[in-house]
Write a protein of this length. Sequence first.
Length: 118
Amino acid sequence: HVQLVESGGGLVQAGDSLTLSCAASGRTFSGYTMGWFRQAPGKEREFVAAITWLGGITYYADSVKGRLTCSRYDDKTTVYLQMNSLKPKDTAVYYCAAKWGARSYEYWGQGTQVTVSS
């Protein structure tokens, strides 16, 4: 079955960098879009970034443009979220997700906690 497993979260200080990974398995993800979302305590889950397996086209939320970079390996099994100049407001559980075409995201990982101290 499909599995998305995030890793790389942790506790860092403001200004630090962190790279999250999402290992995808259980099917061929060519043609899928892989997304990153986050949910802070007491807030709704929000879109952060996404990348298409084909072509590596990226999309970013305005709040993270210039600080976060989404990438993937050509083996189409791992997606990354490089986060630079982290701020306390970036503190959240970060989730990896996958969708086909214009459909809603249908596969989700369990999330990884990122905590940024001031």
